[in-house]
Design a protein around this ligand. Structure first.
Ligand SMILES: [Zn+2]
Length: 198
């Protein structure tokens, strides 16, 4: 079946989203066709504004509407603790626990030797620069308890320990191999509270 080209185009665009195959993409497009034009316009506007309104914070690499972000700007937050996370989304998950009151640094990935993602492919340099500038007493490695997360934690701890910084990691309350983004607030809050020194 040959669909009109605007439909084909939108289906092909939706198909690029994670977990959306061509069939689901087709369902989305036909669903949208039946909706009020206002919804389609709202959706289009929100998409259009996304790259313009969401920027990366120069200090923590987190997603924000202002630079520096509200967390980095907040002088009430504990400037002596820096929590290193792999993904921007982890920041929001950790914030939801309402337990952590320090600062963050987003690495933008983890070391994966099999996929040739070395330390130069993630923001280790930025982390070292931020640590030099902030001089935190403690760096919490809030990385996933996976092989990549462990490799990255080990690499960072070897790098920062000589500077005399206390390096801790989240307690083992997190299921091994699990992702931080899927942990519930209670488990994650517990893992933060009972973090271990490495
Ligand atoms: Zn920030």
């Amino acid at each position: 079946m040959r669909l009109p080209s605007p439909l084909e185009r939108l289906i092909s665009l939706f198909s690029r989203l994670p977990s959306v195959g061509p069939k689901t993409a087709e369902r989305y497009v036909f669903y949208l066709l039946k909706q009020k034009p206002e919804l389609i316009e709202d959706l289009a506007n929100a998409l259009h504004e996304l790259p313009k309104k969401i920027i990366t914070c120069d200090l923590c690499n987190g997603l924000t509407e202002t630079n520096p972000c509200a967390i980095c700007k907040d002088k009430e937050r504990d400037q002596t603790i820096l929590c290193v996370i792999a993904d921007e989304r982890d920041l929001f998950v950790l914030e939801d626990t309402n337990i952590y009151k320090g600062l963050y640094f987003v690495l933008g990935g983890t070391i994966n030797t099999l996929d040739s993602i070395g330390p130069d492919k993630i923001n280790i340099k930025g982390l070292v620069a931020r640590v030099k500038q902030l001089k935190p007493k403690e760096v919490i490695l809030g990385l996933n308890p996976t092989l990549d997360g462990e490799t990255t934690s080990l690499y960072i701890s070897k790098l920062l320990k000589p500077a005399g910084i206390k390096i801790t990691r989240l307690a083992k309350g997190l299921p091994s191999g699990a992702n931080i983004e899927y942990a519930d607030s209670l488990t994650l809050g517990h893992a933060l509270k009972f973090r271990n020194e490495i």
